[in-house]
Design a protein around this ligand. Structure first.
Ligand code: PHB
Length: 552
């Protein structure tokens, strides 16, 4: 067990009503997260101390939920698990309100900007606008850092109560080298007197981190205050490297800009409060029915209490930040007693906190359930398992490509073992106008001039004919290109769209014309491509909700 779990939970014994399989499932997810998203099943057995049969049942259940993929001997976290962290970030609302301001500040200063919230005696990032050069490590959304080694830390500590200071002192004594914080390098020096530093920061209203995490890394931070209460909602930081800015530089040249950006953020928060309440967003439902059916199908291998428990976290979200037990039960379709035991379990694990008026809220620690390693995923990485499954079903290669200038560029590809299969490496560029991938991408792009050269006798070289072909792609939703790039080569492609409906990539397969007829291709292969594009889009919707998923 990592120190982060044992230290903070050591105080309270496990409540009698806690759901043991849920505790074990959470431990598995956290170990996978700390391992960077992949761990062998035997590695999980060692890391959690659970029996192999238990690890198998838990990972099997997580796989059924779409949170884990079993890949040979490895368990791999999937983008879908980000829906747990998304539930917290949506309920918090701060990312939705402030991310764009933080990104704009990073552009203006050409330095990284982050937003962090307090997580007990640590800080946890809820946004990163990264401009990190090769020089220093960069943190991810969901990473936890010890408060006393960061600039946001003493700002949050200005609000600590005596029990919180005591908790901090106990943690420092129990973990002098910060082993409970896997995101930071081991502590090598005691650092400044944190209580004195906090007193100073209370006077100043800002804080400076002069290489407390690692040599070279410097940061300046300012609190963003909640307009209702005046308490700190989150802390905005500008992060740099001593090769560009000394700590003094940060204070003198960047702090004024950071302060004015924070004033704008506070105005945004106040403005949001003046707006009419947001409509209640619909909660997920039908989950209990789904877990029941999975139990029927998988029997002993499906840990229903784990699946039910995890669905409780997804009951929270935008405009659903604080829920009563009844609301949780209604949202999930679980019996009240089941929902209650899940909440008791989560409270024990520090993932849920009572929020007054018999309500419960998610804590920032929910981000430790899979979010950091997946928060920097790319579209090709996200698509690859789906391409693999597609290639296996259709016995043809499957590829993903984006538009680069007038070309399509392959960003992910899974070949089949067939001798005849078309062999193209990732990174290969081909003229967009003569390929199915390219036509799918051009159909969604602003009209442009092409130099249309006849690559085969069948290549469309008349601009009007190409325009008609693109119009057909838009109406029918796919492109089929027959021997226009190369004699004997037939390809079919469909679009992959992001949350906003924009086409961000194209997905295709190609074959030799001696294989299926065109009609067979459309009848048999197109539906498989469409299903695969849908699966990639579903992952992209979850992963892209609070992070930017890069297209390549
Ligand atoms: C960061 O955003 O990476 C960051 C912020 C504040 C620090 C250190 C790092 O003190």
């Amino acid at each position: 067990m990592p120190a982060e779990i044992t230290l903070t939970d050591a105080a309270g014994a496990v409540p009698a009503e806690a759901v043991a399989p849920l505790i074990r499932g959470v431990a598995v997810v956290r170990q996978l997260t700390e391992a960077g998203g992949v761990l062998s099943l035997s590695g999980l057995e060692r890391a959690t101390g659970l029996a192999r049969s238990t690890v198998d049942r838990i990972t099997g259940t997580l796989a059924r939920m779409g949170y884990v993929r079993l890949d040979g001997r490895d368990a791999v976290l999937t983008p879908r698990i980000m829906e747990l962290g998304n539930a917290y970030l949506a309920a918090l609302r701060l990312p939705a309100l402030l991310d764009a301001r933080a990104d704009a500040l990073a552009d203006e200063l050409d330095e990284s900007v982050s937003l962090a919230v307090a997580d007990r005696d640590g800080i946890r990032f809820i946004h990163q606008a990264t401009r990190r050069r090769a020089m220093s490590l960069s943190f991810r959304i969901g990473d936890l850092l010890p408060a006393e080694r960061t600039a946001p830390g003493p700002l949050f500590a200005t609000e600590w109560t005596e029990p919180e200071w005591r908790h901090w002192r106990e943690r420092r004594a129990a973990d002098p080298r910060d082993e409970g914080f896997p995101a930071v390098p081991e502590r090598s020096s005691p650092g400044p007197d944190f209580e004195q530093w906090t007193a100073q920061v209370r006077e100043d209203g800002w804080a400076l981190d002069d290489q407390l995490i690692e040599p070279g890394l410097v940061a300046v931070s300012v609190p963003v205050r909640d307009p209702r209460t005046g308490t700190i909602a989150c802390v905005a930081s500008v992060v740099s490297h001593t090769s560009r800015h000394t700590a003094d530089d940060l204070r003198n040249s960047l702090l004024p800009t950071l302060r004015s950006a924070v004033r704008t953020m506070e105005e945004d928060l106040a403005e949001d409060l003046r707006e009419a309440p947001h409509g209640e967003s619909p909660a997920p439902s039908g989950l209990a029915t789904w877990t029941g059916a999975s139990k029927q199908e998988l029997g002993r291998e499906f840990v229903e209490s784990l699946a039910r428990g995890l669905t409780v976290l997804t009951a929270f979200g935008e405009d659903r930040a604080e829920l009563t037990l009844t609301e949780v039960a209604q949202a999930t379709g679980l019996a009240r007693a089941t929902a209650r035991r899940a909440l008791i379990t989560y409270e024990h694990l520090g993932l849920v906190t009572p929020s007054g008026d018999r309500r419960f809220a998610l804590t920032p620690r929910v981000l430790s359930l899979g979010f950091p390693p997946l928060s920097r995923t790319t579209l090709p990485a996200l698509a690859l398992p789906h391409l693999t499954a597609l290639a296996a079903r259709i016995h043809e290669p499957a590829s993903l490509a984006i538009l680069v200038g007038d070309d399509v560029q392959y960003t992910a590809r899974v070949a089949t073992s067939r001798v005849m299969s078309v062999n193209i490496a990732v990174g290969t560029r081909l003229p967009a106008y003569a390929t199915a991938l390219g036509r799918v991408l051009l159909a969604d792009a602003p009209p442009r001039e092409h130099e249309l050269r006849a690559l085969t006798p069948r290549t469309l070289t008349d601009p009007a004919a190409l325009a008609t072909a693109l119009e057909t792609v838009r109406t029918q939703g796919y492109a089929l290109v027959d021997e226009e790039l190369e004699a004997g080569l037939r390809s079919i492609a469909v679009p992959v769209r992001d949350r906003t409906g924009r086409v961000v990539a194209a997905l295709n397969t190609a074959t030799h014309v001696t294989g299926r007829t065109v009609a067979e291709y459309v009848r048999d292969v197109l539906p498989e491509l469409t299903v695969t594009a849908g699966a990639i889009e579903a992952d992209l919707r979850v992963a892209g909700r609070f992070t930017r998923v890069s297209a390549a």
